[in-house]
Ligand binder design. Sequence first.
Ligand code: SF4
Length: 246
Amino acid sequence: MPDQPLPHRAEGSALAVGGIQRFTTIDYPGAIAAVVFVQGCAWRCVYCHNSHLQERPKRRRPAAQPPQPSWSEVRAWLVSRQGLLDAVVFSGGEPTLDTGLPAALADVRALGFLTGLHTAGMAPRRLEAVLPLLDWVGLDIKAPLHDDGALHDAVTGVRGGAGSVRRSLAILRAHGGAFQLRTTVHPDWLTDAALQRLQQELRELGAPHSVVQPGAWPKGLQPLGRNPDPRVVDAAQTWSDVTGGA
Ligand code: SF4
Protein backbone atom coordinates (compact mmCIF):
# COMPACT_ATOMS: atom_id res chain seq x y z
CA MET A 1 0.00 0.00 0.00
CA PRO A 2 1.39 3.49 -0.78
CA ASP A 3 1.98 6.05 1.93
CA GLN A 4 -1.10 7.78 3.26
CA PRO A 5 -2.28 10.40 0.72
CA LEU A 6 -0.80 13.66 1.66
CA PRO A 7 1.23 16.41 0.19
CA HIS A 8 0.08 19.65 1.65
CA ARG A 9 2.19 22.13 -0.24
CA ALA A 10 4.55 22.56 -3.14
CA GLU A 11 7.98 20.95 -2.88
CA GLY A 12 10.56 23.29 -1.44
CA SER A 13 8.17 25.51 0.48
CA ALA A 14 9.08 26.42 4.06
CA LEU A 15 7.93 24.37 7.02
CA ALA A 16 4.44 25.26 8.26
CA VAL A 17 5.06 26.03 11.93
CA GLY A 18 2.04 25.43 14.14
CA GLY A 19 3.74 26.50 17.37
CA ILE A 20 6.90 26.12 19.40
CA GLN A 21 7.76 24.97 22.89
CA ARG A 22 10.90 26.78 23.88
CA PHE A 23 12.17 24.41 26.54
CA THR A 24 11.54 20.78 27.39
CA THR A 25 13.42 17.99 29.12
CA ILE A 26 10.99 15.20 28.22
CA ASP A 27 10.68 15.28 24.44
CA TYR A 28 14.19 14.14 23.51
CA PRO A 29 15.73 11.51 25.78
CA GLY A 30 18.55 12.91 27.85
CA ALA A 31 18.60 16.31 26.16
CA ILE A 32 17.36 19.84 26.77
CA ALA A 33 15.29 20.63 23.71
CA ALA A 34 12.87 22.94 21.98
CA VAL A 35 9.88 21.50 20.15
CA VAL A 36 8.68 22.82 16.79
CA PHE A 37 5.09 21.80 16.14
CA VAL A 38 4.26 21.31 12.47
CA GLN A 39 0.81 22.13 11.13
CA GLY A 40 -1.18 19.38 9.42
CA CYS A 41 -2.05 15.74 10.01
CA ALA A 42 -3.84 13.13 7.91
CA TRP A 43 -5.23 11.21 10.88
CA ARG A 44 -7.94 12.05 13.41
CA CYS A 45 -7.02 10.14 16.55
CA VAL A 46 -9.79 9.94 19.13
CA TYR A 47 -7.56 11.26 21.91
CA CYS A 48 -5.55 13.81 19.90
CA HIS A 49 -4.43 16.59 22.20
CA ASN A 50 -3.17 18.71 19.29
CA SER A 51 -6.35 18.72 17.23
CA HIS A 52 -5.76 22.39 16.36
CA LEU A 53 -2.71 21.16 14.41
CA GLN A 54 -4.66 18.67 12.29
CA GLU A 55 -5.89 21.12 9.71
CA ARG A 56 -3.81 21.40 6.58
CA PRO A 57 -1.62 24.51 6.50
CA LYS A 58 -2.91 25.72 3.14
CA ARG A 59 -6.27 26.35 4.73
CA ARG A 60 -6.92 29.45 6.78
CA ARG A 61 -6.22 28.98 10.48
CA PRO A 62 -9.30 29.34 12.69
CA ALA A 63 -9.72 32.93 13.89
CA ALA A 64 -9.31 31.77 17.50
CA GLN A 65 -5.81 30.49 16.75
CA PRO A 66 -2.97 32.98 17.26
CA PRO A 67 -0.59 33.65 14.34
CA GLN A 68 2.49 31.45 14.35
CA PRO A 69 6.09 32.30 13.47
CA SER A 70 7.51 31.43 10.09
CA TRP A 71 10.29 28.86 9.86
CA SER A 72 12.82 31.61 9.19
CA GLU A 73 11.73 33.34 12.42
CA VAL A 74 12.09 30.08 14.34
CA ARG A 75 15.51 29.52 12.81
CA ALA A 76 16.60 33.02 13.85
CA TRP A 77 15.40 32.33 17.40
CA LEU A 78 17.34 29.06 17.43
CA VAL A 79 20.52 30.99 16.67
CA SER A 80 19.98 32.76 20.01
CA ARG A 81 19.63 29.35 21.73
CA GLN A 82 22.99 27.97 20.59
CA GLY A 83 24.85 26.71 23.63
CA LEU A 84 21.63 26.71 25.69
CA LEU A 85 19.70 23.88 24.01
CA ASP A 86 20.96 20.47 22.97
CA ALA A 87 18.25 19.43 20.52
CA VAL A 88 15.30 20.50 18.42
CA VAL A 89 12.37 18.09 18.08
CA PHE A 90 9.84 18.31 15.27
CA SER A 91 6.38 17.24 16.40
CA GLY A 92 2.87 17.87 15.25
CA GLY A 93 0.60 17.37 13.59
CA GLU A 94 2.61 14.95 11.51
CA PRO A 95 5.94 16.53 10.52
CA THR A 96 6.80 14.00 7.80
CA LEU A 97 3.89 15.26 5.72
CA ASP A 98 5.46 18.68 5.37
CA THR A 99 7.73 19.03 2.35
CA GLY A 100 9.68 21.71 4.23
CA LEU A 101 10.89 19.23 6.85
CA PRO A 102 14.16 18.14 5.17
CA ALA A 103 15.35 21.72 4.76
CA ALA A 104 14.36 22.59 8.32
CA LEU A 105 16.24 19.56 9.67
CA ALA A 106 19.30 20.55 7.66
CA ASP A 107 19.06 24.07 9.12
CA VAL A 108 18.91 22.69 12.66
CA ARG A 109 21.88 20.40 12.05
CA ALA A 110 23.85 23.32 10.59
CA LEU A 111 23.18 25.29 13.78
CA GLY A 112 24.77 22.48 15.78
CA PHE A 113 21.68 20.99 17.47
CA LEU A 114 20.69 17.36 17.70
CA THR A 115 17.58 16.66 15.64
CA GLY A 116 14.55 14.72 16.84
CA LEU A 117 11.24 13.70 15.31
CA HIS A 118 7.87 12.66 16.72
CA THR A 119 5.95 10.72 14.09
CA ALA A 120 2.95 8.42 13.89
CA GLY A 121 4.62 6.55 11.03
CA MET A 122 1.92 7.27 8.46
CA ALA A 123 4.38 8.14 5.67
CA PRO A 124 7.20 5.56 5.67
CA ARG A 125 8.91 6.73 2.48
CA ARG A 126 9.02 10.30 3.75
CA LEU A 127 10.35 9.05 7.07
CA GLU A 128 13.05 7.07 5.30
CA ALA A 129 14.05 10.13 3.28
CA VAL A 130 14.72 12.26 6.38
CA LEU A 131 16.38 9.60 8.58
CA PRO A 132 19.92 10.66 7.55
CA LEU A 133 19.08 14.08 9.01
CA LEU A 134 17.80 12.73 12.34
CA ASP A 135 19.56 11.80 15.57
CA TRP A 136 16.50 10.34 17.31
CA VAL A 137 12.93 9.33 16.38
CA GLY A 138 9.92 8.74 18.63
CA LEU A 139 7.44 6.52 16.75
CA ASP A 140 3.87 6.39 18.04
CA ILE A 141 2.34 2.92 17.89
CA LYS A 142 -1.32 3.61 18.46
CA ALA A 143 -2.78 0.10 18.47
CA PRO A 144 -1.95 -3.48 17.48
CA LEU A 145 -0.61 -3.50 13.93
CA HIS A 146 -1.43 -7.00 12.79
CA ASP A 147 -4.72 -8.84 12.48
CA ASP A 148 -6.88 -6.64 10.27
CA GLY A 149 -5.74 -3.35 11.81
CA ALA A 150 -9.36 -2.62 12.77
CA LEU A 151 -8.50 -1.22 16.17
CA HIS A 152 -5.77 0.96 14.67
CA ASP A 153 -8.34 2.25 12.17
CA ALA A 154 -10.77 3.00 14.99
CA VAL A 155 -8.21 4.90 17.06
CA THR A 156 -6.83 6.95 14.17
CA GLY A 157 -10.10 7.51 12.30
CA VAL A 158 -8.41 6.44 9.05
CA ARG A 159 -8.43 3.04 7.35
CA GLY A 160 -5.26 1.16 6.50
CA GLY A 161 -2.73 3.04 8.61
CA ALA A 162 -1.33 0.00 10.45
CA GLY A 163 0.53 -1.18 7.35
CA SER A 164 2.28 2.18 7.03
CA VAL A 165 3.33 2.04 10.67
CA ARG A 166 4.68 -1.49 10.22
CA ARG A 167 6.79 -0.28 7.30
CA SER A 168 7.99 2.75 9.26
CA LEU A 169 9.07 0.49 12.11
CA ALA A 170 10.93 -1.80 9.70
CA ILE A 171 12.68 1.21 8.16
CA LEU A 172 13.72 2.53 11.57
CA ARG A 173 15.12 -0.84 12.61
CA ALA A 174 17.00 -1.27 9.34
CA HIS A 175 18.45 2.22 9.61
CA GLY A 176 19.97 1.46 12.99
CA GLY A 177 19.65 4.95 14.48
CA ALA A 178 18.24 5.76 17.92
CA PHE A 179 14.47 5.47 18.23
CA GLN A 180 11.76 4.88 20.81
CA LEU A 181 8.29 3.40 20.42
CA ARG A 182 5.49 5.11 22.32
CA THR A 183 1.85 4.18 22.88
CA THR A 184 -0.87 6.43 24.23
CA VAL A 185 -3.20 4.56 26.52
CA HIS A 186 -6.87 5.33 26.75
CA PRO A 187 -8.89 2.65 28.53
CA ASP A 188 -11.97 3.31 26.41
CA TRP A 189 -9.99 2.41 23.28
CA LEU A 190 -7.06 0.20 24.19
CA THR A 191 -7.82 -2.59 26.62
CA ASP A 192 -5.10 -4.32 28.57
CA ALA A 193 -5.53 -7.28 26.22
CA ALA A 194 -4.97 -5.06 23.16
CA LEU A 195 -1.87 -3.55 24.73
CA GLN A 196 -0.53 -6.99 25.63
CA ARG A 197 -1.11 -8.04 22.01
CA LEU A 198 0.71 -4.99 20.72
CA GLN A 199 3.73 -5.58 22.94
CA GLN A 200 3.74 -9.25 21.90
CA GLU A 201 3.75 -8.17 18.25
CA LEU A 202 6.72 -5.92 18.91
CA ARG A 203 8.55 -8.71 20.71
CA GLU A 204 7.95 -11.03 17.76
CA LEU A 205 9.36 -8.37 15.46
CA GLY A 206 12.42 -8.07 17.69
CA ALA A 207 11.55 -4.43 18.36
CA PRO A 208 11.74 -2.76 21.77
CA HIS A 209 8.50 -2.59 23.73
CA SER A 210 6.45 0.55 23.45
CA VAL A 211 6.63 3.13 26.22
CA VAL A 212 3.17 3.93 27.52
CA GLN A 213 1.86 7.43 28.05
CA PRO A 214 -1.60 8.44 29.25
CA GLY A 215 -4.05 9.71 26.66
CA ALA A 216 -6.49 12.59 26.55
CA TRP A 217 -10.23 12.40 26.43
CA PRO A 218 -12.00 13.03 23.13
CA LYS A 219 -13.37 16.50 22.45
CA GLY A 220 -15.79 17.79 25.05
CA LEU A 221 -14.40 15.60 27.80
CA GLN A 222 -11.43 15.95 30.09
CA PRO A 223 -8.27 17.07 28.24
CA LEU A 224 -4.85 15.71 29.15
CA GLY A 225 -2.66 18.06 31.13
CA ARG A 226 -5.36 19.80 33.06
CA ASN A 227 -7.53 17.13 34.64
CA PRO A 228 -6.41 13.76 33.30
CA ASP A 229 -8.96 11.09 33.97
CA PRO A 230 -7.72 8.87 36.82
CA ARG A 231 -8.55 5.75 34.82
CA VAL A 232 -6.13 6.89 32.11
CA VAL A 233 -3.33 7.49 34.58
CA ASP A 234 -4.06 4.17 36.28
CA ALA A 235 -4.01 2.33 32.98
CA ALA A 236 -0.67 3.84 32.03
CA GLN A 237 0.79 3.02 35.42
CA THR A 238 -0.52 -0.52 35.27
CA TRP A 239 0.96 -1.05 31.86
CA SER A 240 4.30 0.42 32.90
CA ASP A 241 4.31 -2.09 35.73
CA VAL A 242 3.64 -4.92 33.31
CA THR A 243 6.37 -3.91 30.91
CA GLY A 244 8.88 -2.79 33.49
CA GLY A 245 8.67 0.87 32.47
CA ALA A 246 10.64 2.46 29.66
S1 SF4 B 1 -1.37 11.37 14.49
FE1 SF4 B 1 -0.92 12.75 16.23
S2 SF4 B 1 -1.45 14.83 15.52
FE2 SF4 B 1 -2.38 13.35 14.08
S3 SF4 B 1 -4.48 13.09 14.88
FE3 SF4 B 1 -3.21 11.44 15.76
S4 SF4 B 1 -2.52 12.23 17.76
FE4 SF4 B 1 -3.26 14.01 16.54
